[in-house]
Design a protein around this ligand. Structure first.
Ligand SMILES: Nc1ncnc2c1ncn2[C@@H]1O[C@H](COP(=O)(O)OP(=O)(O)OP(=O)(O)O)[C@@H](O)[C@H]1O
Length: 436
């Protein structure tokens, strides 16, 4: 069975379940124990009435009722049993807190033009991640964007912390994945080697409420990290570089602070550029490597580095270039004419690598804390597809994630807490450099 067959079957089953839920008001959820007790009591009661029906109708032994009335009374018990059972099933199917959820959402202003709040259709534990509860809503015409805008208010109304919100069932439902408001991220998640992924070239960043946050550089080649000072950018950058080294990549680093940011332990494993001239030379070499690989891939008709290595049996390593303060590095303010010329060339080479690096296994991981919109040229920034932002003001949040409010989700005192471009908040693993 192909994957698409499985997807189709899964979709059909989901559609059937949804249809059934909508028709009967039933919910495919774990029933709470008190509902089970009530159902049991009802069934026992109904069975007793049925067993003793002869006694109950002995009243008619004196022929007091007409045959029609007697038949009607005889029918009454099975009707009562079936009707009651249906009512019970409908009752079981209504998620607990349905009314409270609706009222809560109404109070925080998540309503459509008619003033209606979304209706909670189902609430269940996430099969893939038992920490999460999935709340399924009929959105009542309220678009997902509005839910995102009112995320904090929805959290207050439902007393939850939201991990993510998505459309489901072809935009018929909105699914809210959440944990109880009391639970939160751990303040510290020490890195362990067992977190290293076996897949080339998937790097792990940390843990969100829905699971590990990863990036596959084979698909999304470059990363932009942002965050104000002390937010944890450098630690996260080093975490990614450490994994790149472990996976056999060549790592190049620009560090103009004379090795303050990258102590000795890194010098043995990476090529560090301490000056602008050195950096320009190194980037020039990387562009030459890129051109060479381009020629080899064209000759062998391979679409990317992995295919080339597989087909030829060669082992072109992935190359990662990193800079912890790229905006500072490229800032031309107050520079001499010659220095500006060197920076322009550096910028130019970075732009080439960012544009063409993916297919040839050359990746950029750039970090910045500066909220200056124009420092990072658009032709570089636009190619840095995987964006991550830590604690930041609205300006930096806008620069990194193109969303002024995204970084508001990071508490001001959080360290190593980040949000990705798709709105996933995560706690980054804390790397101890001794683990390098
Ligand atoms: N993942 C993490 N988990 C917990 N604490 C962290 C994490 N990352 C960083 N920290 C804490 O935050 C401090 C600052 O981290 P880091 O130096 O990476 O910040 P930064 O954003 O690079 O700041 P700056 O730009 O000023 O160097 C670290 O010394 C550490 O105590």
């Amino acid at each position: 069975m192909t994957r698409s067959d499985k997807d189709t079957i899964h979709k059909r089953t989901e559609n059937r379940r949804l249809l059934q839920r909508m028709k009967t008001g039933l919910e495919v959820v774990k029933h709470t124990p008190y509902k089970g007790v009530l159902l049991g009591a009802y069934l026992v009661g109904a069975a007793l009435v049925w067993l003793f029906r002869a006694y109950l109708f002995s009243l008619d032994s004196y022929g007091m009722f007409s045959p029609v009335l007697e038949a009607a009374i005889n029918l009454l018990i099975p009707l009562y049993a079936v009707g009651g059972l249906l009512a019970f099933l409908a009752f079981l199917g209504t998620p607990r807190g349905n009314k409270a959820a609706k009222e809560g959402l109404q109070k925080v202003g998540l309503v459509n033009h008619a003033g209606e709040a979304p209706a909670l259709i189902a609430k269940r534990q996430d099969g893939n991640n038992p920490r999460l509860t999935i709340w399924e809503f009929d959105p009542c015409g309220i678009p997902l964007g509005e839910w995102e805008d009112k995320r904090a208010r929805i959290e207050t109304a439902l007393d939850i912390t939201i991990a993510k919100m998505t459309w489901a069932e072809g935009r018929k439902l909105i699914r809210v994945y959440a944990v109880p408001a009391k639970s939160d991220f751990p303040a510290l998640l020490p890195w362990k080697d067992k977190y290293l992924t076996p897949e080339s070239f998937v790097l792990v960043l940390g843990e969100s409420l829905t699971g590990a946050v990863t990036v596959n550089l084979a698909n999304i080649p470059h990363i932009l990290l942002g965050g104000s000072t002390g937010s944890g950018k450098s630690v996260l950058l080093k975490l990614l570089l450490m994994q790149s080294l472990r996976k056999g990549a060549e790592v190049y680093i620009a560090d103009f602070k004379g090795g303050v940011d990258f102590p000795k332990v890194w010098h043995n494993k990476c090529r560090i550029c301490f000056t602008e001239e050195d950096l320009l030379y190194t980037l020039g070499q990387l562009v030459t490597v890129l051109e060479y690989r381009k020629g080899r891939l064209a000759e062998t008709e391979c679409k990317d580095l992995d295919t080339y290595n597989e087909v030829t049996g060669e082992n072109f390593h992935r190359i990662v270039f990193a800079c912890d303060e790229v905006a500072e590095m490229l800032d031309k303010t107050g520079r001499s004419k010659e220095s500006k010329e060197v920076l322009a060339q550096i910028e130019n080479k970075l732009a080439t690598l960012s544009r063409l690096g993916r297919a040839f296994g050359i990746h950029l991981i750039l970090a910045t804390q500066r909220p200056d919109a124009n420092i990072l040229p658009g032709q570089i920034k636009n190619n840095l597809d995987f964006r991550v932002c830590g604690r930041a003001d609205n300006v930096l949040s806008q620069i990194i994630l193109d969303n002024t409010n995204a970084a508001d989700q990071i508490p001001k005192d959080a360290r190593g807490r980040f949000i990705t471009g798709d709105g996933t908040v995560f706690q980054a693993y804390m790397l101890d450099e001794k683990q390098l």
